[in-house]
Design a protein around this ligand. Structure first.
Ligand SMILES: *Cc1c(COP(=O)(O)O)cnc(C)c1O
Length: 361
């Protein structure tokens, strides 16, 4: 069955989330974060393979907490790739730190380490690496780079839940890994995010920071300044149901990528990046064409949702940074996200590819 309009992405729930929320509300829970949130944290840590997981309001807040935990202060510099969701750079801005934009590499479309070397200054305190669309460069190299330059290594793995490097989950290589559970991501709780770390110290700091700086729960004694970046148990029961579906969604997203790749690779004007689906779970299907706006419009007329990829961060009005960023510029100008939800049927994917083919032949 093909729907009248195939969305680029939509959250996907069924009766399981409905029952979980209904059961939870009947159980007389306090709704704010408590046992269900702790359960989801344990399950996420187990799935990813980290010692700690701490849930937060969203992936932006997670990044802010990660930067606070490693001690980023006003005036510090943080290296950020010039191609990412804007939140990566904005998180540093909120703390009065300066995101230093660095171009991406052609192959992975992630931060180019050779260029990052030139961007390190005395003020640089951290590097945020973004495994864009689940693809990553060698995280061990990034770790060595950060150690050599005495930088904290934060992974913004918001698009990498279900993606690995040599069988090890992305987000686990840095000092702290940050994830998002927003409606666009592979599993969602509406809003939501989480941090993972193996460090007792960071886990402790982050827990205090997200709960007003309380020395421990339930008392109003504050040894340090903190905020309210807490989750809710209603979201957690939804998250627990979503997490059960994650292994299937990972398999399906990989299959969807391979089907698109098979159907689109004979088309010369359409470029797909080399993607190893034994490790990478593409979050979105990203393709590159000379004129993405015409394709977007054509797809819309044929009942297919698509979306332009992010513009390069330096080209956004709120940054307008000078400098040469040829790879991120090209990526932003040519990229388009095709329908990418795990609920897509093969028939729908074939239809989308037929439409694209009809435009180019
Ligand atoms: C989605 C996303 C974020 C922001 O997450 P929110 O939960 O929407 O705040 C940050 N970084 C990247 C790379 C993302 O894809």
């Amino acid at each position: 069955m093909r729907r009248d309009f195939i969305p680029q992405m939509e959250p996907w729930f069924d009766g399981r989330e409905l029952r979980a929320v209904s059961n939870y509300m009947r159980s007389g829970g306090w709704v704010t974060e408590f046992k269900q949130t702790q359960r989801l944290e344990r399950e996420l840590a187990k799935f990813i393979g980290s010692k700690y997981c701490i849930l937060t309001n969203n992936g932006t807040v997670s990044l802010i907490l990660a930067l606070l935990a490693v001690g980023i202060r006003p005036g510090d510099e943080v290296i950020v790739p010039n191609m990412t969701m804007i939140a990566t750079a904005n998180a540093a801005k909120l703390l009065g730190a300066e995101p230093v934009l660095v171009d991406i590499e052609e192959e992975t479309r992630c931060l180019d380490l050779r260029l990052a070397r030139q961007a390190v200054s005395k003020k640089t305190k951290a590097l945020i690496y973004v495994p864009l669309n689940g693809r990553s460069g060698d995280p061990e190299k990034i770790r060595r780079f950060c150690r050599r330059h005495q930088l904290w290594f934060i992974e913004d793995a918001a698009q990498a839940l279900g993606s690995y490097w040599q069988e090890r989950h992305l987000g686990t290589f840095g000092d702290v890994g940050s994830f998002s559970l927003s409606t666009q991501k592979i599993i969602t709780t509406g809003q939501g995010g989480f941090l993972i770390t193996n460090s007792d110290d960071f886990a402790h700091k982050i827990r205090r920071l997200k709960d007003f700086g309380r020395a421990r729960g339930g008392i109003d004694l504050h040894d340090s300044v903190g905020y309210n970046f807490k989750f809710t148990d209603i979201q957690a029961v939804i998250g627990l149901e979503q997490l059960k579906k994650l292994p299937w969604r990972i398999r399906r997203k990989r299959e969807i990528w391979r089907l698109y790749e098979k159907l689109l690779s004979p088309l010369k004007p359409v470029k797909l990046l080399q993607t190893d689906t034994s490790q990478t779970t593409p979050w979105f299907i990203d393709i590159f064409v000379a004129d993405p706006d015409s394709l977007l419009e054509f797809l819309k007329q044929k009942g297919v949702g698509a979306r332009r990829v992010y513009p390069a961060v330096n080209s956004q009005k709120c940054y307008r940074a000078e400098g040469r960023f040829p790879v991120s510029k090209k990526h932003g100008q040519q990229g388009l996200w095709l329908p990418s939800g795990p609920e897509l049927t093969n028939k729908e994917i074939k239809y989308v590819c037929e439409v694209i083919k009809s435009l180019y032949t």
